[in-house]
Design a protein around this ligand. Structure first.
Ligand code: ADP
Ligand code: ASP
Ligand code: MG
Length: 412
């Protein structure tokens, strides 16, 4: 029998009526002849509440217990979804991650899926079960402890199941109609894209577009999973949603396909470090050892043998980074006059595979920002993206200006 994976995010299972609505969609696919694996998130807001409780109980928490608490939201929705389906006459059963078992690494809070043995599910499907409802976001480490896959991780659970089960499709149901040219919450000029390439979606996700977790796009690309993003509040039609697919399946490549932003950025500057061979290694090795996710890096020109080094990292890692750099200074590995942290910045990026063959995108981006009086603090580029760091108060303005200058309102 053909198989389908359907994933419902937090807003799509926000209350019992939403769960019933989602169950109706699943029932329809069963009637279309599919065996379905449904992946559910926790009810909207639940995971944030659980994370809050953990932080309040123990600010320096044990990551194993964080996962024990934070994974629980998905258990509730999995059971309720199975009950809802049973109430509609659909043979359904719920599964927690450990029951499958969805095996992961032991990196609590950000575990990676290593294997999904499907024998248990296969046996139940063979007995006549039509729907397996699996709690998203959670897995099992080799030592028997529950893990979670990082925020937004149910998307990754869904794609991993689609790959493991060789499903025909992986449908991600959410609160918007698909992948848009930018976050539709930032501008009503955002347009839904009918198709987007894996490469572009990967960049958009990793640059902040949280409609899909980055890791889910990586997996979809690696295992050639046909991934569709669509609304759980609309009736699906032939061309609903956005198909994330190989570049070859897209006829016309836009130079820029989308604009992404990430609020959660900080800029740190080491003032006056000695400019000598090995200085970058001396600065960034202790940061790496401390687990700081350094993103952009700039080294300024040097005067009289000293220079400033600037980098960006997530806002919640500023204290960690400062501690690592102070320790490196105390031990004599590096020497700097001052360390300045600016937490009021954000990153805005434009992404498009058309950039590979089209010069001038960066210049057009900088002109559009200049016209709005937005000062650029750091710039990085790659083959298909340009990112800038700007003051956070300009975030919406910058996204809108870039959306306008690349004429994304007329994209499709
Ligand atoms: P779910 O709970 O279903 O997983 P998320 O909140 O994780 O949903 O992701 C959907 C949200 O992603 C949308 O409500 C939207 O605000 C945001 N988003 C950001 N960038 C984009 C984009 N380019 N296209 C569509 N949605 C986007
Ligand atoms: N409930 C988890 C979160 O909010 C996982 C998910 O919804 O994808 O991050
Ligand atoms: Mg999500």
């Amino acid at each position: 029998m053909p198989r389908l994976v359907m994933k419902f995010g937090g807003t799509s299972v926000a209350d019992l009526a939403c769960i019933r609505n989602a169950a109706q969609k699943v029932k329809r696919e069963v009637e279309n002849g599919f065996e379905v694996v449904v992946i559910v998130s926790a009810m909207s807001g639940k995971t944030n509440e659980l994370v809050g409780w953990v932080n309040e109980t123990a600010p320096m928490f044990d990551a194993r217990e964080y996962d024990a608490v934070v994974s629980s939201g998905e258990n509730v929705t999995a059971g309720l979804m199975a009950l809802s389906l049973q109430g509609m006459g659909v043979p359904a059963r719920s599964w927690q991650g450990w029951q499958v078992p969805l095996k992961t690494t032991s990196a609590h809070g950000a575990a990676r899926i290593t294997e999904i043995p499907c024998d248990n599910l296969d046996a139940k499907f063979a007995e006549g079960m039509k729907v397996a409802v699996v709690a998203g976001f959670q897995g099992l480490a080799a030592d028997g402890r529950i893990t979670t896959l990082g925020r937004g991780g149910s998307d990754t659970t869904a794609v991993a199941f689609a790959a493991a089960l060789k499903a025909d499709r992986c449908d991600i149901y959410t609160d918007v109609d698909g992948v848009f040219t930018t976050d539709p919450r930032i501008t009503d000029k955002a347009r839904k894209l009918d198709r987007i390439s894996y490469e572009e979606m990967l960049e958009l996700a990793s640059l902040g577009a949280k409609v899909l977790q980055t890791r889910s796009v990586e997996l979809a690309m690696r295992f050639n999973v046909r991934l569709r993003v669509l609304s759980s509040f609309e009736d699906a039609r032939e061309n609903s949603g956005t198909l994330v697919c190989p570049e070859e399946e897209i006829m016309e490549n836009n130079v820029v396909s989308g604009v992404a932003y990430s609020r959660d950025e900080a800029k740190m500057t080491l003032v006056s470090v000695a400019d000598r061979p090995g200085i970058a290694a001396a600065i960034f090795s202790p940061l790496a050892a401390a687990g700081v996710n350094v993103d952009m890096i700039v080294q300024n020109i040097s005067e009289e043998g000293r220079t400033d080094m600037t980098f960006s990292c997530p806002t919640n890692q500023v204290a960690l980074a400062s501690k690592a750099l102070d320790a490196a200074r105390d031990s004599g590995e590096i020497n700097f006059h001052d360390l300045i942290a600016d937490k009021d910045v954000c990153k805005v990026s434009v992404v498009g595979i058309g950039m590979r063959s089209h010069a001038g995108v960066a210049a057009q981006m900088f002109e559009a920002l200049a016209a709005e009086g937005v000062n650029i603090k750091v710039i990085t580029t790659s083959e298909i993206k340009v990112s800038v760091l700007v003051d956070r108060k300009y975030m919406e303005l910058a996204v809108q200006a870039l959306h306008d200058t690349f004429n994304l309102e007329n994209a499709a």
